[in-house]
Design a protein around this ligand. Structure first.
Ligand code: FAD
Length: 491
């Protein structure tokens, strides 16, 4: 049976990043990337709706090892996909990717210090088996086969076109149509101005408003830093400035929610016509960052509303009708197209069934170690990014930690690294501290975080930088064991 030192699951932004770190820092390690789909890019290949883009800045969504070189802060989905593909091609990573390989189960055996992995081939239906010393899950956080769709009454009565943004029909022409977009999250606020460019009219129908900040699409920081610093310093400095700026804004929002809430609403008011009802449509019932903050580049959503090509309705859906939607207020919204920007169906670890020495692992009952490994599960790490900053900041730190761990094990002649909660008295909290519907719906499927280090998930780049890059591998919770045959012979 084939054996690899490391198996990376997923060829998205995190998986390609993980492979890059591994090649550079552990050149001794054999590895492969198993990807369920037939393409590199994950999220940025799957989502093809009009206007799809990042909503965090690209200087931190880009990799630390391959800085984002453009001045645009927010990039379109196509550019991000190209950036991931180029990263894979330049470093020769694509040679290690096996497409159509969905990892379905992984069984750890302490006796031979290996994961016994099973994957299913989507193209041939075959089962593939192999072993690996370390399993690195970069499988994202949601299901790829379907998005989340609430059980709307009467949905089958609707005679128009119903689209979920996760499965946008290729080449669909929305020009001249009356469209309703259901939702108020990042996807809805991205879609609305983009569709409104050619649609007859786009209505954003939301149950409740979200906080929306307008960001300049061209970074004022990057060109300035390039001017005052030598080339090799300017890229990391720009990344750090953006990372620290976002974190400072997050901290300030938690300390002074009322000040930030007021400032955000005033920002919206300034970009809309006088007398616009900001109270109803753009004043959320929660504090900033209780849910992920939505970002629009150069206020494009507000420009579409001001032009009259887009509008916002805040109401609840009573039911779908043949022609559109009947709302609880009694209003009927007619639409030729309804887009259900109702979110993602979350999934942890790409749905891989784990067992350790014959015992099934219920991931939801485990704590996360430093937000990257699981209590009692050896030689497994996962890349799950921040909810309040760019995903890649954490994914990069995670990959760096995995490489340090692998090198350390090799140096000390051991094969197994298991986080163990021997200290006890750690109470559990949800992994992701957001109140958003999609997080709450799936909280019971995700592992928990503990009330103290190293079991806490910080959502802070600075704290994670310290925990993952600067702290020694060996701490009170990390049990290293299982000597290699060579090490046993030497003893
Ligand atoms: C529309 C949208 C916009 C976003 N914008 C931002 C943003 O601006 N900033 C930000 O920080 N984050 C954003 N995110 C979050 C985004 O998912 C991350 O930024 C990042 O792309 C995640 O990368 P990933 O590689 O970890 O996961 P993914 O991109 O989800 O890739 C995971 C890959 O793993 C594969 N896979 C899954 N399970 C298995 C399995 N069992 N076996 C084999 N392969 C498997 C999948 O097919 C996929 O290719 C956005 C998400 C969405 C949906």
């Amino acid at each position: 049976m084939e054996h690899l030192d490391v198996l990376i699951v997923g060829a998205g932004l995190s998986g390609i990043g993980a492979a890059h770190h591994l090649q550079a820092k552990c050149p001794w390690a054999s590895y492969a990337v198993f990807e369920a789909r037939d393409a590199v890019g994950g999220t940025w290949d799957l989502f093809r709706y009009p206007g799809v883009r990042s909503d965090s800045d690209m200087f931190t969504l880009g990799y630390s090892f391959r800085p984002w070189r453009h001045d645009r802060t927010i990039a379109d989905g196509g550019s991000i996909l190209q950036y991931i593909r180029d990263t894979a091609a330049e470093a020769g990573i694509h040679r290690h990717i096996r497409f159509h390989h969905r990892v379905t189960s992984a069984a750890w055996s302490t006796e031979d210090a290996r994961w016994h992995v099973t994957a299913k081939r989507a193209d041939t239906g075959e089962s593939v088996e192999l072993t690996c010393g370390f399993l690195f899950s970069c499988s994202g956080y949601y299901r790829y086969d379907r998005g989340y769709l609430p059980d709307f009454p009467g949905i089958d009565d609707y005679a128009g076109m119903l689209i979920h943004p996760q499965a946008w029909p290729e080449g669909f022409d929305h020009a001249g149509r009356r469209i309703v977009v259901i939702g108020s999250g990042a996807t809805a606020i991205t879609l609305v101005p983009s569709l409104a460019e050619t649609a007859e009219h786009v209505t954003m129908l939301q149950r409740s408003p979200s906080y929306i900040a307008s960001l300049p699409n061209v970074s004022p920081i990057a060109p300035f830093v390039r001017k005052v610093m030598p080339a090799r310093w300017s890229a990391p400095a720009t990344r750090w400035l953006h990372a620290l700026g976002t974190q400072a804004f997050f901290r300030f929002s938690r300390l002074r929610p009322h000040v930030v809430s007021r400032a955000l609403r005033q920002g919206v008011q300034r970009q809309l016509p006088p007398g616009y009802d900001v109270e109803t449509h753009f004043t959320p019932r929660y504090d900033p960052w209780d849910q992920r903050l939505c970002v629009v580049p150069d206020g494009d959503l507000f420009a579409a509303i001001s032009r009259g090509t887009a509008s916002v309705v805040t109401d609840r859906i009573d039911r779908f009708t043949e022609k559109g939607l009947l709302l609880e207020s009694g209003t009927e919204l007619e639409a030729e197209v309804v887009v259900t920007a109702t979110g993602l169906d979350l999934l942890f670890l790409g749905g891989i069934a784990l067992s350790v020495d014959g015992e099934a692992v219920d991931v939801a009952a485990r704590l996360t170690y430093k937000g990257i490994m699981l209590e009692g599960v050896p030689n497994l790490a996962f890349a799950v990014g921040y909810t309040n900053a760019s995903w890649t900041l954490k994914a990069d730190l995670t990959s760096d930690y995995v490489c340090r761990l692998l090198d350390h094990l090799r140096k000390v002649g051991l094969r197994q690294a298991t986080p163990r909660n021997t200290g006890g008295s750690v109470s559990t909290e949800p992994l992701l501290g957001l109140t958003s519907g999609y997080v709450q719906r799936s909280a019971h499927l995700f592992p928990k975080q503990g009330s103290r280090v190293p079991w806490q998930v910080h959502q802070s780049y600075l704290k994670d930088y310290r925990a993952l890059r600067l702290k020694p591998i060996q701490d009170e919770a990390m049990a290293l064991s299982n000597p290699t045959a060579d090490a046993v012979r030497v003893r």
